[in-house]
Design a protein around this ligand. Structure first.
Ligand SMILES: Cc1cccc(C(=O)O)c1OC(=O)C1CC1
Ligand SMILES: [Ca+2]
Ligand SMILES: [Zn+2]
Length: 318
């Protein structure tokens, strides 16, 4: 039967037009990107407003421009951008460095409440899932590259340091996802905004974001170890406040990247995540892993090494 790698066009959630890598089989086009040197493919599915993988998004003319296809166009395109970042900057082939499939599902709803749109995005251990957002708190979350980068970095973390998603290791897990979500976005857009989720958070309000890396306290996160927020290690308590206390290592990252830049920071953070951090690493262990990584790459007592020592000391760690 006929089949071929094709390039189509798509309209994103925010109304932009993107060129996307698609796959044609017997006259039907699907969101399957087979252009990467992977064993698998980058594929994007429509969950049909359920908690499910759903069905791969297809189109008859290779122009994915319908309203329902917009979130899929963004999830698909941005997954490719994030794949390219980890391959080109760190020579990592997909989240597991084995070239595994990168699967995304959009129009996903909360398994515990299928009655309304989901204000959430996640890596569920095997794939990325994106809610549509309720239109007030969020619009469709795959529309934001830093969100897609954040979610795929959860997969990288799971297949490397595997930081436990609770307390300090969980806040580090969150912080590393924010760090690489931000770095990927800055590399693609050409400038850094130090914000997470700004393109999808509160579509009715301009200028705000889900989190700020440069000023975590702007959105209710601590930016110093003295202000670590003790929350119950339960789902209700966000597993000890992993999305709250990530502000502390996020601020340390801002201090570091503001001194030595995003590229060097990305190299040091990637090495720490994949070579030194482990599932129970605490904030102090992250500081030490980053110091060791900076020494490995740029030398002991270099500008990079000192930026890390200073960046963490400024938030009360080390
Ligand atoms: C929106 C949202 C809700 C709950 C968990 C996450 C999560 O992935 O931890 C989440 O996504 C983000 O934080 C992305 C970066 C904006
Ligand atoms: Ca951003
Ligand atoms: Zn996260």
């Amino acid at each position: 039967i006929q089949h071929a790698e094709t390039t189509g066009t798509g309209t994103g959630v925010l109304g932009d037009t993107k060129t996307i890598n698609t796959y044609e089989q017997s006259g039907t086009y699907s969101l399957s990107d087979r252009t990467k040197p992977m064993n698998g493919n980058i594929e994007t599915y429509d969950a049909g407003d359920q908690w499910a993988t759903g069905t791969i998004v297809t189109d008859s003319d290779n122009n994915f421009t319908s309203s329902r296809q917009k979130a899929a166009v963004d999830a698909h395109f941005y997954a490719g951008v994030v794949y390219d970042y980890f391959k080109e900057e760190h020579n990592r082939n997909s989240y597991d460095n084995q070239g595994s499939d990168i699967i995304s599902s959009v129009h996903v709803r909360d398994q515990n409440d299928l009655s309304r749109p989901w204000n959430n995005a996640a890596w569920v251990g095997t794939q990325m899932v994106y809610g549509d957002g309720d239109g007030s708190t969020f619009t469709a979350l795959s529309a934001s590259l830093d969100v897609v980068g954040h979610e795929l970095t959860h997969a990288v973390t799971d297949f490397s340091a595997d930081l436990v998603y609770e307390l300090e290791p969980g806040a580090l897990n969150e912080s590393f996802s924010d760090v690489f979500g931000l770095i990927v976005e800055a590399g693609y857009e050409g400038s850094v905004d130090w914000l997470l989720g700004e393109e999808v958070y509160t579509p009715g309000i301009s200028g705000d974001a889900l989190r700020s890396i440069s000023n975590p306290t702007q959105y209710g996160q601590p930016d110093h170890y003295d202000d670590f927020v003790v929350l119950p290690n339960t789902q209700q308590g966000d597993w000890g406040g992993v999305h709250t206390n990530s502000g502390i290592p996020n601020k340390a990252f801002y201090n570091i990247a503001n001194t030595i830049g995003l590229d060097k920071s990305g190299q040091i953070y990637y090495r720490a995540l994949t070579q030194y951090l482990t599932s129970q690493s605490q904030f102090i262990d992250a500081r030490n892993a980053l110091l060791q990584s900076a020494a490995d790459i740029y030398g002991e007592d270099g500008v990079e090494y000192n930026a890390i020592a200073d960046g963490f000391a400024a938030v009360g760690i080390g």
